[in-house]
Design a binder for this molecule. Structure first.
Ligand SMILES: [Ca+2]
Ligand SMILES: [Ca+2]
Length: 193
């Protein structure tokens, strides 16, 4: 938290997606709390507007919390206003301060649940497959491809020796997601085809 000589300011906060809250993001303080009891609050989308309560403010301490995991693919930026009010009234002792929260991308391969849940006319028998992860990831993290309709796995790249690879495959129906673990043993003969 940087502070102007008078008043207050918070630099944009960078928060990685997919971390479950609650945990504190920042501490908001007004210098005026040295001479008066100050209550802090936040307003805006994510605070007192939809999605309500995603961010909360401890009114006494000024700690800003995130309460749930964020999804950058849904919302990549939040803009809140912090207010400092004198106890016993609703007088703002500071100008409302803008707080920008940037949601930092992670390489998450989760399907967008909202699409699955809301998609109409989806046949429950329509299973789709995708590779969630490959271990180990070297020499390339994309050594395999999967047919999304049949689930057939193919070797994607040359350079494999005889090794065991563990693939986590996600199969999902309309609302059901199933994780499958595939142990895939590659040999040189797999590559010659
Ligand atoms: Ca995400
Ligand atoms: Ca992401």
């Amino acid at each position: 938290l940087k502070r102007r000589k008078r008043g207050w300011v918070v630099p944009p906060l960078n928060v990685a997606e997919n971390h479950r809250g609650p945990y504190p993001l920042a501490l908001i303080r007004s210098d005026i709390d040295k001479v008066k009891k100050i209550y802090y609050k936040i307003t805006g989308p994510g605070a007192n507007e939809f999605p309500v309560g995603l961010f909360t403010m401890d009114r006494d301490s000024g700690h800003l919390y995130v309460t749930q995991d964020l999804d950058r693919e849904k919302v990549d930026k939040y803009m809140l206003f912090a207010h400092a009010e004198a106890a016993g009234g609703v007088t703002n002792v500071e100008e409302p301060m803008e707080i920008i929260i940037n949601v930092i991308d992670q390489n998450d391969n989760k399907p967008v649940v909202a699409t699955d849940a809301d998609e109409p006319n989806t046949d429950n028998s329509d299973i789709r497959y995708r590779i969630m992860s490959q271990k180990p990831e070297d020499p390339s993290p994309n050594m395999f491809t999967i047919n999304p309709a049949t689930g057939a796995i193919r070797v994607n790249e040359a350079g494999l020796d005889r090794e065991v690879r563990i693939l986590t495959v996600l199969a999902h129906l309309t609302k059901i997601r199933i994780r499958l673990m595939c142990i895939f043993i590659t040999k040189r003969t797999d590559l010659g085809r």
